[in-house]
Design a protein around this ligand. Structure first.
Ligand SMILES: NC(=O)c1ccc[n+]([C@@H]2O[C@H](COP(=O)([O-])OP(=O)(O)OC[C@H]3O[C@@H](n4cnc5c(N)ncnc54)[C@H](OP(=O)(O)O)[C@@H]3O)[C@@H](O)[C@H]2O)c1
Length: 333
């Protein structure tokens, strides 16, 4: 495993991290506690030292399992969590503004769930653009940073516009963005500015919810409790969080074309090559694939050891994106 500096935090994080939305056990079908803990332990065995979670993943389950794991492991692990969507769920809509009391409650609950005295990284969880524009949400986190309850803060965002707004605030140390072979605009429109401002980049949904592993066939049916079933067209939340906003059947076709360009083999999986494509962008600090199975963690971690992809492969994927992928992307971008 190789390590990169996470923007202004100065901390060295593994190129491949772990996304733990799956460990909430609610939006990806069931993941047992035993499997969840095994996924976390395998991650550190593979050199992973960065984990992304959120207070709402299983309404605290993901954070609590990570808290349990932190007590069991001897390794140093940096955990990033998120806040802001709990209010959206509880009130059936966004609050008009976040108050100091709401933020205090959210931070204190995450501290309790994770069993730590201070959060390594707290991120706004895709709150509305207008709230980012007002800047008040940033000042709330600055306040809790001064109090020592959080060490660093950043934002998980849905569009380039939102990323640019967040980076205007000097306190914003990281951005979490949907970045993968389906979502290439980030490379040209966001990453150069993040580099200039030394903002760390967390690449989420790197496998387009599994599509970029090449494992799905047309007509595949996902379980009822899986967001790839109930949010395939964005009826529950931002369509971009499911298959990166590409309609599933189209995504399967595109994955076949991408496979022909990446040429996975017996020892290199398409998932690894798709992650490698992201890592070839030096501005990315860490890629955070999610996993429901232990072997996926092992497989994904090896992407860090692969050679960079050739210029020809990058060029062909760029052309495919412009011609055949970009017109199909839905949702904020
Ligand atoms: N708004 C936000 O801030 C936000 C939104 C989305 C995600 N995230 C974060 O980003 C993380 C990553 O995104 P994501 O989990 O949505 O999408 P993802 O990483 O693109 O896809 C994860 C899924 O891909 C499949 N997979 C992973 N590795 C594989 C491998 N080696 N071989 C075959 N299949 C593999 C698994 O699917 P199966 O389930 O089919 O096994 C897994 O559940 C999340 O866990 C979360 O921490 C944040």
């Amino acid at each position: 495993m190789k390590y990169r500096t996470l923007g202004k935090t100065g901390v060295k994080v593994s190129e491949i991290g772990l996304g733990t939305w799956q460990l909430g056990g609610s939006d990806w079908g069931d993941v047992s506690e035993k499997d969840a803990l095994a996924i976390l332990h395998r991650s550190v065995e593979m050199g992973i030292n960065f984990i992304d979670t959120a207070d709402v993943y299983g309404m605290g389950r993901s954070e609590k399992l990570i808290g349990k794991f932190l007590k069991e492991t001897k390794e140093t692990v940096y955990v990033a969590t998120k806040l802001g969507r709990r209010e959206w769920i509880e009130n059936n809509g966004w609050p008009t503004k976040y108050t100091i009391e709401m933020v205090k409650r959210d931070i204190e609950d995450s501290l309790k769930n994770l069993g730590v005295d201070s959060l390594f990284l707290e991120q706004w969880h895709c709150i509305p653009t207008e709230m980012l524009k007002s800047g008040e949400a940033f000042e709330l986190l600055e306040n809790f940073k001064k109090k020592g309850l959080i060490q660093h803060w950043g934002c998980s965002i849905e569009s380039i516009e939102e990323g640019l707004i967040c980076m205007e605030h000097p306190g914003c140390e990281t951005l979490q963005v949907i970045f993968n072979i389906f979502r290439q605009k980030v490379a040209t429109d966001l990453l150069p500015i993040a580099k200039q401002k030394n903002v760390g980049i967390l690449a989420r949904v790197p496998l387009a919810s599994g599509l970029l592993t090449g494992k799905f066939k047309k007509g595949h049916k996902f379980p009822e409790k899986d967001h790839r079933n109930y949010n395939a067209d964005g009826t529950a939340f931002n369509v971009g969080e499911t298959f990166a906003g590409v309609p599933f059947e189209k995504g399967v076709e595109l994955a076949e074309k991408i496979k022909e360009i990446l040429k996975p083999g017996d020892n290199i999986s398409m998932a690894q090559l798709a992650l490698r494509w992201i890592l070839d962008h030096e501005e990315v600090s860490t890629v955070i694939p999610g996993a429901t199975k232990i072997d996926q963690v092992t497989n994904n971690a090896y992407a860090s050891s692969l050679m960079v992809l050739s210029q020809e492969v990058h060029q062909r994927l760029k052309e495919l994106y412009k011609k055949e992928i970009e017109p199909f992307i839905r949702g904020k971008y």
